[in-house]
Ligand binder design. Sequence first.
Ligand code: ZN
Length: 141
Amino acid sequence: MPSPGWERYDVCRKCEAPAGEACLNLRRNKPTTRAHPGRRRVKLPYVPPREKGGYTDHGRFFGMLTRMVEAAGRRVRHADVSELAALVAIQDDLEQAIRDGIAGLREDGYSWKSIGEGLTPPVSGQAVYMRYGKPKAEKAS
Ligand SMILES: [Zn+2]
């Protein structure tokens, strides 16, 4: 069992450890790895990962996004067509996000060539321009 997150514990009535601190082994007067039985827990306010310093790193952020998209696919497998439609609609949002990202890189001085070379697998600058450089073609309907 993992050791408890002591910040979740209120004052201990057995060893009198203050709220948020480790219980004490009363014979050795040393911190213990487990709370005394019955020690009350306090409900901590929710702190978004952003404020805890999570998702500030681009790699972790995109890892999160990838896991969320994968989870959406698994959900749709056990849902119905309207959930599938919601997932398909994200495709357009992703396309727009890519275009916004490229527009920002272009404003920062990246060439089409350098953007293409940075992709995995690398493509030519012309290929990136052809795909994302022009306003999105209206879908024929
Ligand atoms: Zn205790």
